[in-house]
Design a protein around this ligand. Structure first.
Ligand SMILES: Nc1ncnc2c1ncn2[C@@H]1O[C@H](COP(=O)(O)OP(=O)(O)OP(=O)(O)O)[C@@H](O)[C@H]1O
Ligand SMILES: CC(C)(CO)[C@@H](O)C(=O)NCCC(=O)O
Length: 494
């Protein structure tokens, strides 16, 4: 412990030392005017209609409803993740529970990612991440503005218990009292929200309605990555009066992925025949891995460490291709509608199978069964049929399969070229969709003859935004690693 203290002091890290004897003496929260959440009913409805993934707790309009939702959400969490909760409790007792906060010399509020954990059940996508040890009152918001979607990550403090108590001062509201001492309520959450880039005004309104652009000081700066950080910088200045501080997209993708893989349990999983299996990542054996980010286009990055990476390949046949071609061919109005169509599709109608060519037979000599797709969309060469003669469901499935399989196969080839066994897939194209993940996994398994495997991330689309979020403090991952030297507990799969 002494050695750890030394390391932490040198690194200026905010550390809560674990001891069973010490009383809980967290840092007193600096007095700070808390921003009020402003919601109009129209705004909330607007968001719901637009079908954005927004934290339900944030969509409530009155205190009553909010409280109810909080209770319901908490109940669900307790049921669905009881095993996680137990593990976390043990972990907390053993390590960062109580004790002194050793502060960094900087007076700037600091981000404390130690003990970060997912809130929510195992099926939930883009779940909230709890930051149980966050004591400084940070007002961080970060954006990843891509070709198709804008992703937001923002922090909110735990305040459910006290926020409705209008009689208390702000400082009281964020403190609990014990032995005449005032302690801050530790912790807060990371929220994940997305908007279509084409509807950037809705994103600006959202930020404004929650006052997320008001930073820790008057010169508000928002960290942002993705091409839109360049394209829309003036718009943010004009509409919100904030300066966009640009962070490199690849840096952010890697920082976000490393954070999730190192710090968040039950984040990475494999997918086979519709079943998800969580994977426990060994921090000492994480690198190298291939990160394949499937956004509008696809980036393939060989990751060798924190900030150590190389973008080794990419392909322009990606999520934008599926959504763009799919929209033209099926007249779908939304990406989710296109995905939903695919679930009712039968690709035999449009794909040319090995059996179609071989008179129903397998081509066993080269390992191809009759049902293997010989040529995606190959049946559409038929002169007797036009686009109207094909079902949109079948078109959507063929297209999804073609693009997913192709990305899986290219990823395998790149992994082979660099001798990498583990491939993590991110980006919003995946959308937690079982068929997409199964197809990618199949391609990797099939071509590597079982030697490599595909893994997916629950915060798949938010890697860049998370990386931008963490860039407020460049050394946060190093700090986290030091924490984890003492904080990690062995754990099994859920
Ligand atoms: N609601 C949605 N609207 C549009 N596309 C969606 C939606 N949900 C998922 N997608 C898919 O996600 C892709 C975009 O993924 P992502 O947000 O990771 O990339 P991006 O940052 O917009 O793109 P790039 O990084 O190439 O600039 C789309 O091309 C589409 O395939
Ligand atoms: C251009 C980016 C990096 C923007 O996110 C992405 O869309 C991409 O990686 N496209 C693929 C480009 C290529 O390597 O062919």
């Amino acid at each position: 412990m002494h050695r750890l203290y030394e390391i932490m002091s040198k690194r200026n890290v905010n550390l809560n030392i674990a001891t069973n004897q010490q009383p809980r003496i967290p840092k007193i929260l600096q007095s700070k005017t808390q921003q009020t959440e402003v919601f109009t009913q129209d705004w909330c409805l607007g968001i719901e209609e637009s079908n954005f993934d927004i934290d339900l707790l944030d969509l409530t309009m009155d205190g009553m409803k909010k409280d109810q939702l909080v209770v319901e959400a908490n109940n669900n969490i307790n049921e669905d993740t009881s095993n996680i909760t137990e593990e976390q409790d043990t972990e907390k007792e053993m390590v960062h529970p109580v004790g002194y906060s050793i502060h960094r010399s900087s007076s700037r509020p600091q981000l404390d990612l130690s003990g970060a954990a997912i809130q929510g059940n195992f099926e939930e996508r883009d779940p909230i991440i709890l930051l149980p040890n966050q004591s400084d009152d940070i007002s961080h918001l970060a954006l990843d503005i891509g070709g198709s979607l804008i992703k937001l990550v923002y922090f909110s403090r735990h305040e459910d218990r006290v926020v409705n108590d209008k009689n208390k001062s702000t400082e009281e509201s964020f403190s609990v009292f014990n032995d005449n001492r005032s302690f801050p309520i530790l912790g807060g959450r990371l929220h994940f929200v997305k908007f279509e880039t084409a509807k950037i005004n809705e994103c600006l309104e959202f930020i404004h309605s929650k006052q997320l652009h008001r930073g820790d000081n008057d010169n508000a700066v928002i960290k942002a990555t993705g091409g839109g950080a360049y394209k829309f910088a003036d718009l943010f200045k004009e509409k919100l009066g904030v300066v966009i501080e640009k962070e490199d997209e690849m840096d952010c993708l890697v920082a976000g992925a490393n954070f999730l893989l190192k710090a968040i349990r039950h984040e990475a999983f494999t997918h086979k025949e519709g079943h998800k299996e969580f994977v426990q990542i060994d921090h000492n054996d994480l690198y190298p891995y291939l990160l394949v980010n499937i956004g509008s286009g696809v980036s393939m990055i060989k990751v060798d460490g924190d900030g150590k990476f190389q973008r080794v390949s990419g392909t322009n046949v990606g999520g934008g291709t599926y959504w763009g071609l799919g929209r033209l061919l099926t007249k779908c109005k939304s990406f989710d509608e296109l995905l939903e169509l695919s679930q009712r599709g039968d690709n035999n109608a449009i794909d040319m199978l090995v059996g179609d060519i071989y008179g129903g037979l397998n081509y066993s000599k080269i390992g191809l069964s009759a049902s293997t797709i010989a040529s995606s969309f190959g049946k559409a060469i038929s002169e007797n049929k036009e686009i109207e003669d094909y079902r949109p469901e079948d078109i959507s499935l063929s297209l999804l399969r073609m693009i997913s399989y192709n990305i899986g196969q290219i990823s395998y080839l790149i992994a082979l070229q660099y001798g990498i066994k583990r491939i993590f897939f991110g980006g919003f194209f995946i959308r937690g969709h079982a068929f997409t993940m199964d197809t990618i996994s199949f391609a990797i398994r099939f071509w590597s003859k079982g030697g490599a495997r595909a893994m997916f991330l629950r915060h798949e689309g938010f890697l860049g935004a998370l990386g931008a979020f963490m860039s407020y403090e460049k050394h946060v991952l190093d700090d986290l690693m030091v924490h984890q030297l003492v904080e990690r507990n062995p754990m099994g799969d859920p």
